[in-house]
Design a protein around this ligand. Structure first.
Ligand code: SAH
Ligand code: SF4
Ligand code: F3S
Length: 489
């Protein structure tokens, strides 16, 4: 199997910036025809990595003159950045495409584009080209950096532009990004996945694992901090295997140590961790750090050894339990969250009991529980003993109940304590309240004014309401940060 390392392709980014200048002329012309600034709408499905990709898409679109809007109805260009990890993600895209068609019927100049993981599946692209012919542009995950060039092709052609790559070794930096939040940002540290869990389509649609050069990562974070960011989320499908294939290999824990040194950066999060690769070195770096948040997302998937093996997860129930015990011993405050799948081929109610047993023992702070979804091309899809829907449902409901009970128990533990929160927004329902995120990833609502957004505060967690707290501010924990806060108070 080919292993790729990171190469920052400066020539390519210069070329794409030229295409942006060309695309801007078409947007300008459209603006003259419409008598207003054309609007774009980027809709994201799926995970944090897709969310980060969408910020890149929007960066290009606003860079060539579009105004970003929230609703498809108000847009002249709509792009869906799709996910295919479970079938319901695909169904949502098809459903919304029908609606887009009706919008385009009323607004013929409207352009529609599709990209992301779903487009890496041949059958999907065939179906769209046949039954959704009003789509103007289709591309995949490997050539997202060509977006400006593809837009030019779209403006210069009447028929659908389709460009899907099977793989890439290019990592193109230095293109514009439009960040959703001024004070926090995702940062890709690696792309793709080599784990091939037998149920999962991600390795097929995101390609082989490639780590970004640590210098590029650090430079990006430094720039973000200069621009007002206080919290970063390091992103990868399996961050614990970061750096193995670099020309000069380094571990994820080593990368974290370097990120920690960045002045002005207050909080570091990362996701996702694969249990098989979580090292003692990482536990040590985390437990010594006052910047790395007390939250670890550690997908378990299943508790039965037989199912774990069939899933190709490469750890046992006992190993997972030992790992979480070690983590909690090193960091008693650590919130551990997880992903669980019910209904993998061959899974019996007794196997689900094993998953429930792990949930009871670890007492996860939160867990995303999924019904197994058969993904074409994965090994599990052709396994014979697929579980009937009603059996899946029964196991799912049983598991969910335990997950909710243990999560509630865990949440109540912090009640009455004073914890640091990063103020994320003014509460939507009640403008006198702020919403802050705790180090452990839970939310707290407390009275305060909008000038606190993007800043840290010590908050007393007065009452736990299951999945969030209400409280009051004890003290503003920091001086104004970065350029994006106004420095009030
Ligand atoms: N790289 C991450 C997860 C990426 S996908 C990891 O390995 O932990 C996010 C979650 O979707 C997975 O953890 C898994 O629980 C779920 N998932 C993936 N494929 C699925 C499938 N075919 N059916 C149901 N859930 C699935
Ligand atoms: Fe999918 Fe497994 Fe890779 Fe996660 S580690 S993306 S579940 S193959
Ligand atoms: Fe979905 Fe692709 Fe992420 S399949 S979960 S958007 S990597």
């Amino acid at each position: 199997m080919t292993q790729y390392t990171s190469t920052n392709d400066e020539k390519e980014s210069a070329l794409q910036r030229e295409y942006m200048t060309r695309a801007a002329r078409y947007v300008e012309r459209l603006g003259r025809e419409l008598g207003r600034r054309p609007a774009c709408c980027v809709v994201t499905f799926g995970c944090q990595m897709n969310a980060r990709d969408s910020e890149k898409l929007e960066g290009i679109l606003t860079g060539i003159g579009y105004e970003a809007v929230e609703r498809e109805e108000d847009a002249d260009f709509v792009i869906y950045n799709t996910c295919t990890v479970r079938d319901n993600a695909n169904q949502r895209v098809y459903g919304r495409l029908g609606y887009l068609h009706s919008l385009k019927d009323r607004k013929p100049h409207m352009k529609i584009a599709l990209c992301g993981c779903m487009m890496q599946e041949e059958a999907v692209v065939e179906k769209i080209r046949k039954s959704y012919r009003f789509v103007d542009l289709i591309f995949g995950t490997h050539n997202l950096f060509k977006f400006a060039e593809l837009l030019v092709a779209m403006f210069e052609n009447r028929e659908t532009i389709t460009d899907i790559w099977q793989e890439t070794d290019q990592i193109v930096e230095e293109l514009p990004v439009s960040r959703k939040y001024p004070y926090k940002s995702g940062v890709n540290i690696m792309f793709g996945c080599d784990n091939f869990c037998s149920y999962c389509i991600v390795p097929y649609v995101r390609g082989r694992e490639r780590s970004r050069d640590p210098r590029e990562i650090l430079r990006e974070i430094e720039r973000l901090v200069d621009d007002g960011v206080v919290e970063v989320m390091l992103l990868g499908q399996n961050v614990n295997s970061y750096g193995r294939n670099l020309d000069r290999p380094m571990s994820f824990a080593q990368l974290l140590k370097e990120v920690e040194q960045i002045d002005g950066l207050k909080r570091i999060r990362f996701m996702t961790s694969h249990p098989k690769d979580l090292s003692d070195e990482l536990i040590e770096v985390m437990s010594r750090s006052d910047k790395i948040c007390r939250h670890l997302h550690l997908p378990l998937q299943a508790g039965s050894d037989r199912i774990l093996q069939a899933m190709n997860r490469r750890y046992t129930k006992a190993q997972y339990l030992a790992l979480t015990e070690k983590l909690r011993a090193a960091m008693p405050d650590l919130a551990i969250t997880t992903d669980l799948i019910v209904g993998f081929p061959g899974e019996t109610p007794e196997d689900v009991d094993e998953t429930i047993d792990v949930v009871r023992r670890v007492r996860f702070d939160n867990a995303f529980t999924f019904l197994y979804s058969r993904r074409t091309g994965t090994p599990a899809a052709s396994m014979e003993n697929q579980v009937p829907a009603e059996v899946m449902r029964e196991g799912f409901d049983r598991l969910l109940k335990v997950v909710q009970d243990t999560a509630k128990e865990r949440a109540a533990l912090l009640q009455g304590r004073v914890e640091e929160a990063l103020v994320e927004e003014v509460n939507e329902q009640d403008g006198t309240l702020l919403t802050g995120r705790l180090s452990n990833n839970m939310l707290v609502h407390f009275p305060g004014d909008g000038s606190m957004v993007g800043r840290l505060a010590d908050v007393s967690l007065d009452e736990c309401h299951g999945f969030y707290y209400t409280g009051h501010m004890i003290r503003k924990a920091d001086a104004p940060l970065g350029k994006t806060v106004d420095g009030n108070g």
